[in-house]
Every structure is written in structure tokens, then in C-alpha cells.
Design a protein around this ligand. Sequence first.
Ligand SMILES: [Zn+2]
Length: 411
Amino acid sequence: MFKSTLVIMIDSFRYDYLSEEETPFLLNFSKALRMKPTLGYSSGLHPIIVSGTYPRTNGVWASYYFTTNSPYKWTKAVAPFTYISYRLNRKLYDKVRVAIKRLTKRISGSTHMRPRNIPLWLLGFFNHLKRNAFEANALGNIPTLFDILREYNIQFRYIGYPKEKTDLDVFKKSIASLKKEFLFVYFFQLDSITHKYGVSSPQRKNHTKWLNNAVEKLVKRFIETHDEWNIFILSDHGMCDITGVLSIKKVFCSIDVREFFDYIPFYDSTIARFWFLNKRARLKIESRLNRLQKGRVLYQEELVKYGLNFIKKDYGELIFITNPGILLIPNYYTGFHVDKAMHGYIPEDQTQHGFFLFKNSDSGIEILKDEIKIIDIFPTIIDCFNVDTIKEKVAQFIEGKSILSLNETDF
Ligand SMILES: [Zn+2]
């Protein structure tokens, strides 16, 4: 029989935020496990949480990917013009950006891809992921938690971004939805607050305290409402204060390769991805990156470990990652603006770790581990549903493993 389940996910909640002073309820709720993410941002981590598969398998990682079918592909023809406007005058360049957005709507129809701070002459090489992981059929052939609940006619509700605009909205809606058999609550504001103010800021601490209290109320009411229940409280990744920048464009000034003609870069906040139009460009860029102190190129062994060994190279032919605390400047999200804190660093770094709490009405089930990998979250939630047909169904595709004591027998 299906057991009522509450999953509360808090964006960017670092493992070491758990403390008697800031989060007494969370700290004492159950044994706190360290949650180890893989490399990437929410766009790549959330699909892992809701499907138990790595990006290489579910096909979803960075928000922007390389394609020959960009809604902006027509802009390649006017690239010299957009480049000249950039060199001439910032105001003119901004006007060109607005005009390009309008024209693209007319030429390609409406698109979900926002140009952000992507250089206009490179726009035509990229597209943006269509769905977020919480929508129906978000991962195509691979069913998500929500697809499975739908298939088995289990009453559920997802409450969070993008439909809700604040954590308070999420809280209010959740309190009114506690009767559902499955409730997934996603608090997302801690992320933007910490990017803006930093890990040690009063703003970050205040919001953490608020979350502790909101979660306490939700959990207590959920337990009152259901006889048999599972409760998971977890975060998707951690956060690291920014201590320096890497001026990535300057790095290539000293070598004889040209953006657009020889290579196409995409600069996320902490990850630089490259596609090459000739072998010489690859050699030159790779050797230049390998001489940098503030980051390093990722090679096959690590890509396999992080589940990023894609067959198609839409997410990059070469991937470079900055050291924890270093931000790429400019990057295609914030341009030259430097946030106070960032995530998307090497997942082994302690600042990147989230947390995972579990408790249920059946005291026989216990977790014997001190940490959980992001890939194991989905199998663990599924295990708690206590429905054999669902377990059998997901066994065909999942790459992780439940960490419940029930499943400790197979060694
Ligand atoms: Zn973030």
C-alpha cells in the first residue's frame, strides 16, 4: 500500500547551515546526512533528483546547449554587424539586442530562449532547455517521480518554482494541500538571497531560520493529517562565497584563435564550455586552459564519475571548471556583475554539499549511512512508497540505489 509522502526540497541549503542556533527543528528531526551533488547547476541536478538517472542518460544538464537549430540562427548572417555595434557603443549594442529579440519572435515564432548576456554574434549557436524537471514528461523516455505518480493514479501536488513567486507563497499553498498522498514542496528563495548577499550574511541566516520554522509547521501538520507517512527534507546543492574572478576572455588574447571563426564558447558562472571549428583551435585553447591556476579542464575519467560523459557534444566538446570561489567574468548570466556567492563547483568541495533528512511512521526502517549521493535520492524515495510494481518499473533505468536499511542485504 502506498504510504503518504512529503518531500521538501530547499534550494542551495548547505550541509553546515544545520545548527542548534539557526535550524533547531531540522537538526533534531533525524540524523542529518551529507548530500553529495554532482557537477552542474539546478537545471542538471533537479532531473537527477526526480529520475535517479545521470545527465548522460536523461540528456539534461546545462540550461543552454549547442545546436544547429537555434531560434536565433538567422543572426549568424548579421554577426559582423552585431560585433561592430558592440565595439562601437554600449547603448547601440543594447538597442541591437532588443531589435534582435523582436525580429527573432517574428522569424522563429515565440521562443523560451532568453539571450541574457550571451554575445549577440554567438546567439545563433545555442538553444535553451524547454522544460523544467517538475513538468509532465520532462525527460522524454525516462519517467520522473511525477510521471510515475500520474501513471499509478496517486494524488499528488508539486508546489514551487516557477508557478509560485516567493517561499511564503510556497508555504501557504503547501499548508492548504497537506491532504494529498504525495506532496513535493520546493522552497527556492534561499538561492537568490545567498547569491546576492553571501553565505555568512544576516539575510542568508534569517531566511534559513524562517525556513526551519516553516518546515517545522508543515511537517507537524502533515504527521497529524496522515496515519502512515514518509518525510524527506533535502537540498539540491550547497554554496560558496566568491573570493576571486577569472577574466576568461583575456586569457585567449595571447593566442592566435578567433571566437566565432575558430571556436564557440559558452561561459556559465563557473563552467566554460567550448566547441571547435578546427583542430588547431582546440589544441591552442586546451593548452592555454591547462596553464591556468584558477581552474582546470575536465577529462574523461571525471566526466564519467559525474555522469557527464555524453555521446553527443551539445553541452561542450571541452569543459573547464573554475576552482571553488572563482567566478568567470564575463559570464553569459550576470555579465560583468560579480555575485557574492556561487555554486556549480567541483562536487567534492565541502561548500557544495547539501543535506538529507528522512523519517517515517514505521520505526523499523532506518538509514545506516552518514551521506547520500544525489543519484540515490530518487531510489530511496521510491523504496519508501512501498509499492512493488513501482520499484520494478524504476529498476529498469535508475543508476542509483536506495540507502534504506531494508536494502542493505545485498552485499
Ligand atoms: Zn543558484
